[in-house]
Design a protein around this ligand. Structure first.
Ligand SMILES: Nc1ncnc2c1ncn2[C@@H]1O[C@H](COP(=O)(O)OP(=O)(O)OP(=O)(O)O)[C@@H](O)[C@H]1O
Length: 258
């Protein structure tokens, strides 16, 4: 069971000459199996927030705990997926997806079975002996998804994982990721610039204000949207209504930014 708590977190980046307030008083929790999206104006601290959750950064004040323990970058139960796939070009797809398991000493037959079953789910089992350069951008992101999930992390952090893809591939991948995350009952936090993606994929959307980022508003996604896959959700009238509402909020946050 995942229980992530972000309690009154602020973060200021310090250099010799400068102090940049990135986030102020961020407070929310994520329950087991929930899918949360973080939206906000450019530079408001979305990636900083994910880095704090991952334990890559330590808060200036406040705490981030996963199951009661402060998060740390050494935790194997947190998986990260980024805009770029960062597959190793000299390793086959098989070696790429097994790498995390190998590093964590999980290279047992049942772990390999998990990785292969995930690769089958994303439709790439026939690419096992291929190299990343032989795959399309969408295929490579599917491999990156498998690599992240092969170590069976309980919390997934997704930092704009679809933003470098063409629109059609992005929509297809959103459906695939939503399906797999639901099947595997994963808890996830997605950072995105795409309001539609946030609405269509999430249980809740957290909207941050312009820097320094504060929580401007939290939107609960209606049941009918959560009950269908992202592509289908985009056809619903409640989706359009919520899209317009969040659009207006974002516009006012951008305006207030000055
Ligand atoms: N290492 C750093 N040192 C100093 N300032 C930083 C550092 N990393 C980020 N910042 C600043 O902190 C603020 C938040 O950055 P962050 O990358 O988290 O925002 P973001 O919302 O993810 O941005 P974008 O939407 O453009 O991807 C920005 O003003 C950024 O310039």
């Amino acid at each position: 069971m995942v229980n992530l708590r972000v309690d009154d977190v602020s973060l200021t980046y310090l250099s010799k000459s400068d102090a940049t307030k990135a986030l102020v008083d961020i407070h929310f929790s994520v329950e087991d199996g929930e899918f949360i999206s973080i939206l906000g104006p450019s530079g408001c601290g979305k990636t900083t927030l994910l880095s704090l959750v991952a334990g890559i950064l330590k808060p200036t004040s406040g705490t981030v705990t996963l199951d009661g323990i402060p998060t740390s970058s050494k935790q194997a139960n947190i998986g990260y997926m980024l805009q770029q796939d960062y597959l190793f070009p000299w390793l086959s797809i098989e070696s790429n997806i097994m790498l995390g398991q190998k590093i964590l000493g999980m290279d047992k037959p049942q772990s390999k079975d998990l990785a292969l079953s995930l690769l089958e789910k994303v439709g790439l089992l026939d690419k096992l002996t291929h190299y990343p350069a032989q795959l399309s951008g969408g295929m490579r992101q599917r491999v990156a998804l498998v690599r992240m999930m092969a170590t069976n992390p309980s919390l997934l952090l997704l930092d704009e994982p679809f933003s470098a893809l063409d629109y059609q591939t992005k929509l297809k991948l959103e459906d695939l990721v939503a399906t797999i995350l639901k099947e595997e009952q994963k808890t996830a936090i997605l950072v995105t610039h795409d309001i539609g993606e946030a609405i269509a994929m999430s249980d809740r959307v957290i909207l941050l204000s312009a820097r320094p980022g504060r929580i401007a508003k939290i939107f609960d996604i209606p049941k009918e949207i959560r009950g269908v896959l992202p592509f289908e959700a985009r056809q619903l009238s409640s989706y359009t209504e919520l899209f317009n509402e969040i659009w207006k909020e974002l516009e006012s946050l951008e305006t207030n930014k000055g």
